[in-house]
Design a protein around this ligand. Structure first.
Ligand SMILES: O=C(O)CCC(=O)C(=O)O
Length: 163
């Protein structure tokens, strides 16, 4: 995996994203995250194999995958929804966890309900329907000793947005 350190421009300064990331997919699957449009790296053999297995099992199709590497408990993912225009209005996202287990939190946008899910090695979480409209999700930092975790979110870019 070609892990990259990303930064975002927020409140007038560049801040490092607290994890490593990389974007793979079909040649035209451009995707905006961390404020930048990312050109996909082409699928490697292992990612292709996982993509095909998920597609066969769930009948959904994916043209890209966002990979996140949480090196330890200090690495995290802030509260957000995967609601970018490129994904369409009701995306089906398949999220595969590998490595150490981490807490995945769902936060309801309106009633503030919180749902905690522990994601362990090999767990596959499917986010579908209108979940991205009503809920945010995050992987918080933890003081517990954590070994690395990789998360692969298979996505389908339906609309190419360029800025
Ligand atoms: O690491 C996870 O389980 C969540 C990843 C995530 O929220 C994302 O890629 O948008």
């Amino acid at each position: 995996m070609d892990w990259q350190e990303e930064s975002i421009f927020i409140f007038g300064r560049w801040v490092k994203v607290p994890r490593l990331m990389c974007w793979y997919g079909d040649p035209d699957a451009y995707y905006q995250y961390s404020g930048v449009t990312h050109k996909p790296r082409l699928w490697n053999k292992e990612l292709q194999l996982v993509r095909v297995k998920i597609e066969q099992q769930f009948g959904s199709t994916y043209n890209s995958v966002l990979a996140n590497l949480y090196r330890n408990g200090r690495d995290s993912m802030g509260c957000h929804a995967d609601d970018e225009k490129e994904l369409g209005s009701t995306p089906i996202i398949a999220s595969l966890s590998l490595g150490d287990e981490r807490l995945f939190k769902l936060h309801h946008k309106k009633n503030k309900e919180i749902v905690d899910i522990i994601l362990g090695h090999g767990d596959l979480l499917i986010m579908a329907g209108t979940i991205q409209n009503h809920w945010l999700h995050s992987v918080p930092k933890t003081k517990k000793l954590k070994t690395p975790r990789i998360n692969l979110t298979f996505r389908n870019i339906v609309e190419t947005v360029t800025t």
